[in-house]
Write a protein that binds this ligand. Sequence first.
Ligand SMILES: Nc1ncnc2c1ncn2[C@@H]1O[C@H](COP(=O)(O)OP(=O)(O)O)[C@@H](O)[C@H]1O
Ligand SMILES: [Mg+2]
Length: 325
Amino acid sequence: MKEFTNEELTKILANKVRELRVAKEKAEELNTRLQDSMAELEEAQDEMAKQRDHLQDNMSKLEETQQELAKQRDDLQVEIMRKTQEVLRSERLSAIGNLSARIAHDLRNPLSVIQSTSQMLKLKLEQNLDEKSLEQWARLDRAVYRMSHQLEDVMDYVRMSPLKKKDYSLCVILQDVVERIVAPEAATICLPQNDRSIFCDPEKLEIVFVNLLMNAIQALESKVGTVSVGIFDDPEDPGNVLVKISDTGAGIPDVIKEKIFEPLFTTKQVGTGLGLSSCKNIIEQHGGTISVSSMVGKGTTFTLKIPKKSEWDSLSKDDVIQTRQ
Ligand SMILES: Nc1ncnc2c1ncn2[C@@H]1O[C@H](COP(=O)(O)OP(=O)(O)O)[C@@H](O)[C@H]1O
Ligand SMILES: [Mg+2]
C-alpha cells in the first residue's frame, strides 16, 4: 500500500475541499435558480388564478347578457303582439269612425226636418193642447236637441279637415259662442275685458270653446256658480297666447284626470266623451296644447296655449288653406 507523505495528503485534502466548495456553490446556485423558478411558478399560478377569475367573471357576464337578450326578445315579442293588436284596433276604430261619420251626417238632415216640423206643428196646435201633451212635446224637443248635439260631437270629432286660418279676434269668437249656448240662470259667464287677435281657424276654435264652456256649465250641476274666461300672454313665450276657462264646479278626481282627453271617455249619462278629444285635436292642429288643473269640490281650469302665429304657417301651405285678410 502506498504511503502518502504529509504534503501529498494536504494537497489531496485541499483538492477535495476545493471540489466540495465548487459543488456547494453549484448547489447554492441551483438552489437560487430553484427558488427563482418557484417564485416564477407562484407568479404564474397567481396569474392563472386571476385569468380563471376573469374568465369566470366573463362567463357570468355572458350568462347575464344572454338572459338580458332573452328577456329583450320576450319583451320584443310582447311589444310586437301589442302593436299588432293596436294596429288592428285602430283600423277597426277608423272603420267605425268612418261609419259613424256617415251615419251622423245622414241623420242630421232628417233630424232637422223633425225639429222644424215639430216647431211648426207646435205653433199651430199649441192652443189646443192640454198641459200633459205640452210636457210630452217639450220632452220630444229636448230629446231632439240632445240628439242633434250628440251628432255635432261625433261630426266635430271625425271631421279632421284642414284649417282655414285667418287673423281673428278671440273675443269675437267667444262672444259668438256665448250667444249660441244655452246656460241656466244660476251660471254666470264672465268673458275677458282684453282681447288678442291670433292666426287661427275661428270655426274650429268655436267648437273648442263650445265644448269647454258646456263642460264647465255642466260641472256646476245646476248650482250657482261662475265660468270665467281669461286671455293672457304666455310668460314663457311671447309668441303664444293663453286662454284659461275656469269654473267653480264639481272638479275632476285625480283618478280620471288623465283619461278625460281620451275619445269616448265620459262620466255623464248622456255624454259622448268626444268633446275634450275634439278640443285636443283642434288645439294640436293649431300647434298648441291643452292642459287641465282641478280640485274636487273647488273647480277646474282648462288652459289653452295657442301660437299667435304658427311657425309652420309658411311651411304647411298644402295643409292649411290660408285666407289671410
Ligand atoms: N269643467 C269640467 N269639470 C269637471 N269635469 C269635467 C270638466 N270638463 C270635462 N270633465 C270631465 O271630462 C269628461 C269628458 O268630457 P268630454 O270629452 O267633453 O265628454 P262629455 O262632456 O260628453 O262627457 C266628462 O265626462 C267629465 O267627467
Ligand atoms: Mg263635453
